[in-house]
Design a protein around this ligand. Structure first.
Ligand code: PBG
Length: 322
């Protein structure tokens, strides 16, 4: 054994390991996703996560502020009877998500970054992220008009950041144009750029009461495609995205890394519902160390290059990383 090539020297004590640690994730780079509906209810497939009411979301936002988190991402969950084929509750001024944003801004102002999902799937009767043409296909350009309307309604309600997640071509450009045209030049766009057709969204679809039959494979990406993830991010940058996101996170760290290397804007990654529920389920069985697994999963996402991480553990992590 060579007397010089001994990397274990830097692992000898906790203090030494702390000194040379390369990745130091912080609460201020975490964003808490919240589900807002007309009634509060636990989400069975996401133990520890609950849907909250508009009143409840105010409490969540105050916690996000007090814990020093970076922001909150709102998902509106309308009543079944409020869904229609175009998802019009997504831009109704009194739609659930718009009311949630207004209340959050009233309560915490600019102290946390208030973000909102800009996508139709929670609001459409068929559960797709866009509107359908006569043949039942998701119509890209007709959907862009809905997204533009939705982003403006969200900005009017007070969102700092709108986050188009429907994977329509041209969605960032369409939304940017609409926001600027209505005087919302300061509202930022966090583009879900590389969003894959993932099995790990299963618990989320429970959480939002998704009506989807079939799948989203004509708009979300094939999980096998790495290069295409970078291409999607570069297109969104060219269209004016202020931040770009990769989703899911843990199984797509190569894509996070590629996008981080190429992006000249901040990169986010979304640790999705299935990533959350798998660790919770294994920990509940006593099969893995819960805290260590959670910290390792989020550290890995930051190590790969994410500047911002959306995670359902944001509040708990902030407590640990105070
Ligand atoms: C679509 C959307 C999805 C998620 C957030 N917004 C995915 C989908 O249903 O295809 C997933 C989030 C998660 O799983 O935690 N608007």
């Amino acid at each position: 054994m060579s007397p010089v090539l001994r990397p274990r020297r830097l692992r000898t004590t906790p203090a030494m390991r702390r000194l040379v640690r390369e990745t130091r994730p912080r609460p201020e780079q975490l964003v808490l996703p919240v589900f807002v509906g007309s009634t509060a209810a636990p989400i069975p497939s996401m133990p520890g996560v609950a849907r909250v009411t508009v009143d409840g979301v105010v409490d969540e936002a105050r916690q996000v502020r007090d814990l020093g988190l970076g922001g909150i991402m709102v998902f509106g969950v309308p009543e079944e009877s409020e869904k229609d084929d175009v998802g019009s509750q997504g831009w109704a001024p009194d739609g659930i998500a718009q009311r949630a944003i207004e209340r959050i801004r009233d309560a915490v102002g600019d102290d946390v970054v208030t973000m909102i999902d800009t996508c139709l799937d929670e609001f459409t009767s068929h559960g797709h992220c866009g509107v359908l043409d006569d043949a039942g296909r998701v119509d890209n350009d007709a959907t862009l008009e809905c997204y533009a309307r939705m982003a403006v309604a969200q900005a009017r309600a007070g969102a700092h950041v709108v986050a188009p997640s429907g994977m329509m071509d041209g969605q960032v450009e369409a939304i940017r144009g609409a926001l600027d045209g209505e005087g919302f030049a300061d509202v930022a766009i966090l583009a879900y750029s590389a969003k894959y057709a993932s099995a790990f969204y299963g618990p989320f679809r429970d959480a939002v009461g998704s009506s989807l039959q079939g799948d989203r494979r004509t708009y979300q990406q094939d999980p096998a495609n790495r290069r295409e993830g970078l291409r999607e991010a570069l297109l969104d940058l060219a269209e004016g995205a202020d931040m770009v996101m990769v989703k899911p996170a843990s199984h797509y760290l190569d894509v996070v890394s590629d996008v981080a290397a190429a992006s000249d804007v901040p990169v986010a990654a979304y640790q999705v519902s299935g990533e959350y529920s798998m660790i919770e389920a294994a920990a509940a069985q006593g099969w893995i160390n819960r805290r260590a697994a959670i910290e390792e999963s989020v550290t890995g996402i930051v190590r790969a290059g994410a500047d911002v991480v959306l995670t359902y553990w944001a509040k708990e992590l902030a407590g640990w990383w105070r």
